[in-house]
Design a protein around this ligand. Structure first.
Ligand code: NAP
Length: 263
């Protein structure tokens, strides 16, 4: 018998509706699959239709869970409001939201960063989280059972510093701080808000320029206390904990999942 948690053995989200932004790939897709495996009906959002449809297909294939794909750009208040409305129209409530959409435009020192790359990261990583949070909270606070939200920040923000990532780090530090402030503002409305800060995770975003996955594994073996980077399932497990009733008194925390990098 294995001691590892299998999401499908648990039913913490049965009957709940969960929204995940950036769910057409990487961490967001795994979070959506994990929530569905524990009984949630999931609404998956992103800008491109095709990867979202694939996430829906994977949810259905994994166990017949219900999933709805909605194209939305998190930098648009209208898109995000329509996204929340679509979730409620289809499933009747919004119980869980995971604001995961984010981009990294870095690598070069700050003096070489273009205004476009600066603005894009601010727009998606910070304004996008603000707009999504606002729309989600406005819905959840009308519900007798409230709701739970997790924002995906990063250890690169409030927890550690890396060359070539100053702007991205600034946006992710903002997500950590925004999370705590919003959590205080809305816990008495029945909306519980937390963050997860991943370290390096097994998606292309953690590859350095020119690096292969083998190079990355060797770098992790040499530098990380755990000797490897995190899987997307390990990030999803943290998100599911924080959005479940298991964490019913956890408010405004920023849970680091980083293979010990900031220990
Ligand atoms: P990813 O595969 O590139 O996922 C990002 C997702 O966000 C994509 O599906 C993308 O889909 C969506 N997205 C981007 N801009 C958007 C917008 N304006 N509106 C709506 N959706 C948008 O990367 P990932 O590694 O899974 O990262 C997910 C989150 O984890 C990000 O917030 C990232 O900063 C954070 N993170 C990642 C790592 C890591 O090592 N991978 C570490 C720490 C934190 P579309 O392009 O179709 O919109």
């Amino acid at each position: 018998m294995t001691s590892r948690t299998r999401f499908s053995d648990r039913t913490r989200f049965t009957g709940r509706t969960a929204l995940v932004t950036g769910a057409g790939s990487g961490i967001g897709r795994t979070i959506a699959l994990a929530l569905a495996a524990e009984g949630a009906q999931v609404v998956v959002a992103g800008r491109r239709r095709e990867p979202l449809d694939e996430t829906v297909r994977l949810v259905e294939e994994a166990g017949g869970g219900k999933a709805l794909a909605v194209t939305a750009d998190v930098t648009s208040a209208a898109d995000v409001e329509a996204l929340v409305a679509a979730a409620v129209d289809r499933f009747g409530s919004l119980d869980v939201a995971v604001n995961n959409a984010g981009v990294f435009r870095g690598g070069a020192p700050l003096a070489e960063l273009s205004e476009d790359d600066w603005q894009t990261q601010l727009d998606i990583n910070v304004t996008g989280v603000f707009l999504a949070l606002r729309a989600e909270i406005r819905q959840m606070r009308t519900q007798p059972t409230g709701g739970a939200i997790v924002n995906i920040a990063s250890t690169f923000g409030a927890h550690t510093r890396h060359p070539g990532a100053a702007a991205y780090s600034a946006t992710k530090a903002a997500v950590s701080v925004l999370t705590r402030g919003a959590a205080l503002d809305h816990i008495r409305d029945g909306v519980r808000i937390n963050a997860v800060s991943p370290g390096a995770v097994e998606t292309p975003m953690s590859l350095r320029p020119g690096e292969t996955t083998t190079d990355r594994a060797e770098r992790a073996a040499a530098t990380l206390p755990l000797g490897r980077i995190s899987t997307t399932s390990e990030i999803a497990a943290a998100v599911l904990y924080l959005t479940s009733d298991d964490a019913s008194s956890v408010v405004g925390t920023d849970l680091v999942v980083d293979s010990g990098a900031t220990a």
